[in-house]
Design a protein around this ligand. Sequence first.
Ligand code: DHB
Ligand code: MG
Length: 217
Amino acid sequence: MSTWDAVDTYINAQLVGEDPILDAALARAAAAGLPAHDVAPNQGKLLHLLARISGARTILELGTLAGYSTIWLARALPEGGRLVTLEAEPAYAEVARANLEDAGLADRVEVRVGAALETLPRLEGPFDLVFLDADKQRNPEYLEWALRLTRPGSLIVADNVVRDGELANAASEDPRVQGIRRFTELLGAASNVTATAVQTVGSKGWDGFALALVEAR
Ligand code: DHB
Ligand code: MG
């Protein structure tokens, strides 16, 4: 076990704890053959805390996968809150729906199936928190939609913005890397966001999150 894994194991034991519902969600995802691209437990709890700290009542997620981060985020909602999560792959959405049902969250979460660029125009904002975790090559377009669907004070969070350091590789021929680079440059150029990004290491490797607070336009 690498040191990164050992530290995540320690943090999860001390600060996250056992969670049979989340374990079952990951087990269902694995049984259905979904890629293990869920956030780590301590990262899921970070998303949960960000939603709580920002007082989010409406949350939009792009890239549901098995609904693992969805569960963390939806658990942060106050009474009457709602979460919409977009998933392009119908089979993934089915797994997520079952996981959300078992987590007791189906009443406040809506899983919408389809390419996000097709489902986004039908959404009504504003959302208090947007979590971008879908196909990274489209992050620049997703950022535009996130800005359209938020309000001053909303928080935009993006997963996988470092990708083993490839973020700094201008010559990368990977469209996902170019997507996160363009996304980062757009964030930096936007006059109405205050943003940063941080690198992370752990059980999910070397990656990072971007955070952006939407300011008055
Ligand atoms: C991939 C996607 C993710 O959202 C993630 O957290 C890790 C990996 C991927 O597509 O490779
Ligand atoms: Mg991700």
